[in-house]
Every structure is written in structure tokens, then in C-alpha cells.
Write a new protein. Sequence first.
Length: 259
Amino acid sequence: MANNILELKNISMHFGGLKAVDNVSFNINEGEILSLIGPNGAGKTTAFNVITGVYIPTLGEVYFKGQKLNDIKPYKITEMGIARTFQNIRLFGQLSALDNIIIAMHSRRKSNMIQSIFRTIKYKAEEKYCIEKADELLNYMDLLGDRNEQAQNLPYGKQRKLEIARAMATEADLLLLDEPAAGMNPQETEELMEIIKNIRKDLKKTIFLIEHDMKLVMGISDRIVVFDYGQLIAEGTPEEIKKNPRVIEAYLGKEVTNA
């Protein structure tokens, strides 16, 4: 895990006088699980938005596999190999679970408009492949039995899993998961922990996640970075972060050090 897949260099994101992210630098190693933690309002999701092109940083540079991402459109960043989920689930509620996955594959499809209108042999072959690939992902996430169910009718935990599957359908090398355990019960969170570990192990993905559930963070992370008031205040292994006095004071509290 020595090769950087993502690097943030002196990133700042200012909104008027508000410094949502302030001179932050860190990297993500290929194949690792890195967690970003910190209090609400610390700038965590803003960092995700900078990485994925939603915001152009006020200062600094973002590199993915050595290529600078500043000024690149979000859809192009997805094509390059970065996909994300959101704090608030953003599925297409009236579409089936299967169709939610297939839509995410559009950036990898080669058929043009004419081929789709006339449903050429090439288009039909590609459509068949997409359905098969979508079913593989649904099966991997234990959602195959819900393939034809409208996304809005799925239980909350399954919607979270479907959103992760949709991100995986882009064939991204780097998955950004924004509070994937939010709203989950303890059993669903345990299942999510195993899913994330398996995605890294089985599919060779790099995972960068924001999360408040410290059991999940401490249980799956190779490294953790900590934000407070837009600044990076600590970086290290779970054991190092648990014992860091500044992190304890700013976010974890005394009880986590004994967990």
C-alpha cells in the first residue's frame, strides 16, 4: 500500500469569510481503508465535494493517480475512477434496484444514440452485459431478491447498500462513502463493516469514508485522519488516534479511549 492513489496538497475551501477547509494535506494509499472523522461542521463533506469536483478549491491541489483534478467536471472525475455516496440517500426512488445500478454504468457504455434507437446487435449485447453485471453487484450486496423492487420501497439499510452498489457499478477504483452507517441499527452496521472489508479484499478497491460510528471506524480503518474547524489535527492508525489527546478533547471523548 505504498502508492498514493489520491493526494490533497494544501487544500483550502473558503466561502466568503468561512474557512470550511483550511490548508489540509494528506494522501490515500492504494488498497487501504482511510476514515475521516471529526465533529459536525468540521469540513469533512466539503473535502469530499472538493475531491469529486463539486467545489473548486480556493487554494491547493488534488491529484488522483498523479493527475490534477482541479477544474475537472464531476462526471469526468467519475469516469477517471472516483465514485461516491452521500449523507442523504440519493437513489432514484421510483426506479427498480436493478435500474438504479444500470444507470450508474452509463459512463462505461460504448453504444451511441443511433445504436440505442435502432437496438443494434452491439447495443443489445451491451445491454445484456449491463444487466448481468448489475445482478452480480446486487447479489454481492445480498439484494438480488429485491432487483425489481422500487428503491423507495426498500428498507433503509437496503437503500444504503444499494447506494454503495451503485457507486461500485461505475467501476471506480476509489470509493468515497459519506456516513454509510448513518441511520443503521447495530446489526446493519455490523453487516456494513463486513461489506466494506470485503469490497477492499475481493474487488481490490480503495475506500475513503466519513463516519461517526466509532466502532465501525476503529474496526475497519487502516488509518484515520481527523478534522476540527476545517483543519487536519491528527493522522494515524486507529490505536494512535484513540490515544491522541487533541482528538479526545475535540471529538472522541474519554469513553472511546477505553472502548
